[in-house]
Design a protein around this ligand. Structure first.
Ligand code: PLP
Length: 390
């Protein structure tokens, strides 16, 4: 008999009752160190006092009005995100996939608005992940995402990861945009080198096509900059963010330059819940914390410590961990043993991690992780590696 919950996830046998910072706790008081952070969502950990306060205060005042009226929290968060980024304008959504859908529509609309409706195709990279809607699985093009779901929406072309020649060859008169994660997440924590992003920016400019970033996983402080592409200096025309921007409250956003968004006028796009007062209260509170001048430098310091610990484990247990990759606190263990075994053994040791493609295990602690918690996590992972090394 089918489970009443549609069984699209192979869930671990953990029932969490509450969270505190980097820790998750079950009804019996068992504690897990959460180095998955809801897949890079709980950037400020669990039950952060400022977020709890922002959400409960707003909950007592107003939940929903629709976007037919002005929403002050939305205007404020949009203005602050514009101020802190390349963008001139922001559309709020409830999830990452909706932010990507908005990005796809914005890029297509840009060209039709500029008299080139034939430019509607997008180029994406193998191993990419952009969400689970039909358009975004077609965009990513991965076999495991699209299999069995019938003919995919047309307009998406794919090139191998890091293949510059294939990319050049794929650009044609119908190309509207290139879409890329500055650090691939699901694909196995693969950073795009800064010079490649800069080259991509030039290539897009040369051909008059838009550059779209998916920073849903790598953005918002995860790499030690507010946005991962800031390390390269190559800004996009359109960018999707989500996950960390709501710190656990469902929230996404599509950011764009004024030029790229010119065709997105009243009536062209919308969302019932996007940018609702509850999400905006939390979103503003998350940004308050992240824009504190000490916040991002601390992320980089924590990242240095964690990476060093992980490199040490890779050196000691080469039969389990081949190497460490990633940027900031978006780290991946390229495994020699099956990554799902590493995740399971770490869980037995009280440490939660997340598997990714390319036999990688993602290490994505909350960005507020302390040095003591990094050391604790490393010890638990060491126990898991020792158990697997036999
Ligand atoms: C998680 C993720 C998405 C999809 O976000 P949802 O909120 O699950 O819709 C898209 N792109 C990337 C890079 C992601 O990591």
């Amino acid at each position: 008999m089918i489970d009443p919950v549609l069984p699209t996830y192979a869930r671990a046998p953990i029932v969490v009752e509450r969270g505190e910072g980097c820790w998750l706790i079950d009804a019996e008081g068992r504690r897990w160190l959460d180095f998955g952070a809801g897949i890079a969502v709980n950037a400020l950990g669990h039950a952060h006092p400022a977020l709890v306060e922002a959400l409960s205060t707003q909950a007592a005042k107003l939940w929903h009005t629709s976007n037919l009226y002005r929403i002050p929290g939305q205007e404020r968060l949009a203005a602050r995100m514009v101020e802190a980024s390349f963008a001139d304008t922001v559309f709020f959504t409830n999830s990452g996939v909706e932010a990507m859908e908005c990005a796809i529509k914005t890029a297509r609309k840009f060209h039709s608005h500029n008299g080139a409706p034939e430019r509607w195709r997008m180029i994406a990279f193998e191993g990419s992940f952009h969400g689970r809607s039909l358009a975004t699985i077609a965009l990513a093009g991965q076999e495991k995402l699209v299999k069995g779901f019938g003919p995919m929406p047309d307009g998406f072309d794919h090139v191998p990861f890091g293949d510059h020649e294939a990319l050049r060859a794929a650009i044609g008169p119908e190309t509207a945009a290139v879409v890329i994660e500055p650090v691939q997440g699901e694909g196995g924590v693969r950073p795009i080198p800064a010079q490649c992003l800069r080259g991509l920016r030039d290539l897009c400019d040369e051909h008059g096509i838009l550059l779209v970033y998916d920073e849903i996983q790598c953005g918002y402080g995860r790499t030690g900059k507010l946005f991962a592409h800031e390390w390269s200096g190559a800004t996009p025309d359109v960018m999707a963010v989500a996950k960390a921007i709501g710190g656990g409250f469902p929230l996404g956003a599509c950011l764009a330059t004024e030029r790229a968004a010119a065709g997105m006028t009243a009536g062209t796009h919308g969302s019932t819940y996007g940018g609702n007062p509850l999400a905006m209260a939390v979103g503003n509170a998350v940004l308050d914390v992240m824009l504190d001048p000490g916040f991002l430098p601390r992320v980089s310091a924590a990242a240095g410590r964690l990476r060093q610990r992980l490199e040490g484990l890779a050196a000691r247990f080469p039969a389990v961990v081949e190497g460490v990759r990633g940027e900031g606190l978006m780290l991946g263990l390229k495994c020699a043993a099956p990554n799902t075994d590493v995740v399971a053994k770490a869980r037995d040791a009280g440490l939660l991690l997340v598997p990714a493609g390319d036999n990688v295990v993602r290490v994505l602690p909350p960005l507020i992780v302390t040095d003591a918690e990094i050391d604790e996590g490393a010890e638990r992972l060491e126990a898991a590696c020792a158990a697997l090394a036999g």
